[in-house]
Design a protein around this ligand. Structure first.
Ligand code: DHB
Ligand code: MG
Length: 220
């Protein structure tokens, strides 16, 4: 079995379920047009994130790593009319592209895009008494453990804490890796393995985005 087969099957289901509308297609195109990293989740992964969001009746979500807003759109479409998604992006130029895509999606009233290093931005968020129902980390891997700590502190029983890219084409196995991204996701999984306040599972994913995985943690 090969990567080309995995990608073809991914596209098969994406086409069969007609997952991408014009707004999502234009969002992916904008990412290519601006020369941004092509690290958005795939359509099937986006649909899966949205399914998870619906399953925990999201009212408030936080995403770290907006990029062009592709996963942001998938997640925000699970929100009720008065729900909110706070998405944090390090690069101001990426955040500007994402804001335009979110406006095209008619989601600007539900999504706040903040610019900066997430570990600086998170403490400034004024969430009041509202718990974060779903936290999606999809940015700098070395900070995943820190994002988890913040997310857990603002969670409720039943909240989901999700982390993208924890397999990295299998490079997660390399215990001597010098790659800070591999080291970051290895540390994250090791932390989850002993963290008793959540139930966790790593979902391996293959498809257009090669071989990677989503860590899913349900807060007890
Ligand atoms: C990388 C980051 C991502 O969020 C992703 O989905 C794939 C790759 C990266 O930084 O290598
Ligand atoms: Mg990712």
């Amino acid at each position: 079995m090969s990567q080309s087969l995995f990608a073809e099957v991914d596209r098969h289901f994406s086409n069969l379920f007609q997952l991408e509308d014009a707004v999502l297609k234009a969002t992916e195109s904008s990412i290519r047009a601006h020369g941004m990293p092509e690290h958005s989740v795939s359509a099937n992964q986006g649909q899966f994130l949205q399914l998870l969001a619906r399953m925990c009746n999201v009212r408030l979500m936080v995403e770290v790593g907006t990029l062009g807003g592709y996963s942001t759109i998938w997640l925000a479409r699970a929100l009720p009319e008065d729900g909110k998604l706070i998405s944090i992006e390090l690069e101001p130029e990426f955040a500007a592209v994402a804001k335009r895509n979110l406006e095209a999606a008619g989601l600007q009233h539900k999504v706040e895009v903040h610019t900066g290093q997430a570990m600086d931005v998170l403490p400034t968020l004024e969430l009041g008494e509202s718990p974060v129902d779903l936290f999606f980390m999809d940015a700098d891997k070395p900070n995943y453990v820190n994002y988890f700590r913040w997310a857990l502190a603002y969670s409720r029983p039943g909240s989901l804490i999700l982390a993208d890219n924890v397999i990295r084409n299998g490079r997660v196995l390399d215990q001597h890796s010098a790659d800070e991204k591999v080291r970051g996701v290895r540390a994250y999984a090791e932390m989850l393995a002993t963290e008793t306040r959540v139930h966790s599972s790593v979902l391996a994913q293959v498809g257009e985005k090669e071989y990677d995985g989503l860590a899913i943690s349900l807060v007890k």
